[in-house]
Design a protein around this ligand. Structure first.
Ligand code: SAM
Ligand code: SF4
Length: 330
């Protein structure tokens, strides 16, 4: 067996984003409809043992890093047990988590002890009422702040804060978010909103490019291009002179970044997706449950990984029928 995974365009794939649930305790306006989605049934969802087995097979093919995401990963019971299982897989060097942080305060210690190395926290505003309007869950702000503090307390490093840019909603806070990097060693990353079936109006009307955000930040002070934290994927990073933290931009819409793509995705129901968008996926769950060899299926998925995504502003054509990023793990 080959121990590196290289796709048809010469990209080395070492990173798997694993969605552990399609459900969420928030309803972010750009992500999920207020009423939720038709959730997967329990029997459809991979068990922790099944996830670990898939990762074990992929680690034998060259996988080195995983990220747990969702939906909201922390709502899945005993997530730390999955982390411990993944930690024991030979070849897996790094385990990361993407979370809205609502439940992080209570789980941070057990997750760190089980082996989570680093955390990305979604935070779209620094104002309580705004956070709760965007997340459409009253009372969430305080918990998120406690989660952020817990991430620092237990030493998750690097700590990344993800901010989805929305004109007329949080664009007046771009400078405030950037200021955080002068006093905290955080990586604040601005993300361009991507169109999916459930946010077509918002993603067209409120789109704001990262170039515009950077232009505004340069009016405050010169920004220096800089190295990002380890494990950086598609983000480009900058720093205010002398600041301990960095400012990252993730530009799926204005600058296609697919040339540097290093990842595949595993959905909660065991579909291996070579790209966040598009309809291509390989069912690993049923063959796994039938005791079949997964290696040829993974190799096939690698071979058909598309060169790039074909998202277009105001259209869900390129998203391959995706209603919300929560369905594939973002
Ligand atoms: N619930 C976790 C969270 O919010 O961090 C993990 C899953 S969430 C789908 C992963 C990331 O995708 C978050 O940073 C979220 O802000 C981002 N996201 C969701 N929908 C998006 C969209 N339509 N465009 C851009 N980013 C989006
Ligand atoms: Fe939930 Fe994350 Fe989607 Fe917000 S972005 S609704 S926290 S999955």
């Amino acid at each position: 067996m080959n121990d590196t995974m290289v796709d048809g365009f010469g990209r080395r794939i070492e990173y798997l984003r694993i969605s552990v649930t399609d459900k969420c305790n928030l309803r972010c306006v750009y992500c999920m409809p207020m009423e939720g989605l038709p959730w997967l049934k329990r029997a459809e969802i991979l068990s922790y043992e099944e996830i670990v087995e898939i990762v074990r097979v992929m680690a034998g093919m060259g996988l080195k890093r995983v990220r747990l995401t969702g939906g909201e990963p922390l709502i899945r019971r005993d997530l730390h047990k999955l982390v411990a299982g993944l930690r024991a897989v030979p070849g897996i060097e790094n385990i990361a988590l993407s979370t809205n942080a609502v439940l992080l305060d209570e789980q941070a210690e057990s997750l760190r002890d089980a082996g989570v190395d680093r955390v990305n926290i979604s935070l779209d505003s620094l104002r309580p009422e705004r956070v709760e309007r965007i997340a459409r869950r009253p009372g969430s702000f305080e918990k998120i702040m406690a989660g952020l503090a817990a991430a620092e307390r237990v030493g998750f490093e690097p700590l990344k804060v993800n901010v989805v840019l929305m004109r007329g909603e949080n664009d007046d806070e771009i400078e405030s978010f950037a200021e955080l990097t002068r006093t905290n060693p955080w990586h604040v990353r601005f993300i361009e909103v991507m169109p999916t079936g459930s946010n077509l109006q918002l993603s067209a009307d409120q789109f704001l490019s990262c170039d515009e955000a950077l232009e505004r930040l340069r009016r405050v002070e010169r920004l220096e291009p800089t190295e990002g934290p380890t494990g950086n994927g598609p983000a480009a990073y900058y720093r205010y002179p002398g600041a301990p933290g960095t400012i990252g931009v993730i530009t799926p819409m204005s600058h296609n970044f697919c040339g540097a793509c290093n990842r595949m995705r595993l959905t909660a129901d065991g579909q291996l997706r070579p790209c966040l968008f598009g309809a291509i996926q390989t069912n690993l769950r049923d063959p796994l449950r039938a005791g079949e060899d997964l290696v040829p299926l993974i190799e096939h998925t690698l071979r058909i990984k598309p060169e790039r995504h074909y998202l277009e502003q105001g259209s869900d054509v390129g998203s391959g029928g995706l209603v919300a990023l929560s369905q594939t793990g973002g």
